[in-house]
Design a protein around this ligand. Sequence first.
Ligand code: HEM
Length: 126
Amino acid sequence: MSAFSAARMTVRGVGLVMLVLGLVIWTGNADGLVPIHMLLGIVLVLALWAVAALAVQAGTRPALPGIAIAWGVLTVAFGLAQAQILPDASEHLVVEVAHLFVGLVAIGLAEAVGAITTQSGAAAGR
Ligand code: HEM
């Protein structure tokens, strides 16, 4: 398997695990899983960056990969700050939904960068 495909599959696989872990954490019964969730979140962002970098290397125009790289920074920064933002207030729900949204967009950006790269033929043989 090419590095490009491997990075895409990593985002998909880890992304699915992140969603399940996040939803379990959300029930409030699995605080012990938060460090694993955070570690896997960082793995996911590294894979997203790999997808973006390999797409540019393959000749894809850099706008969307650039957005994906910036979004990865936002995803990790928000995730790391997450537990400290209004932890006890009822508004924390907004933070939780926003965090879920940021994560879903990160997964979606890897899909989008992957799709435009394979469609344009830029990643042929990758
Ligand atoms: C694809 C990426 C991600 C998805 C889909 C995702 C999803 C979720 C969901 C649904 C929750 C439960 C609701 C909530 O507390 O917000 C959660 C909790 C959490 N996530 Fe993520 N997450 C992602 C990435 C990350 C990353 C990169 C980090 C940190 C490096 C992180 C750190 C946390 C923390 C600390 C909590 C618990 C917060 C609390 O107890 O209030 N997440 N995540």
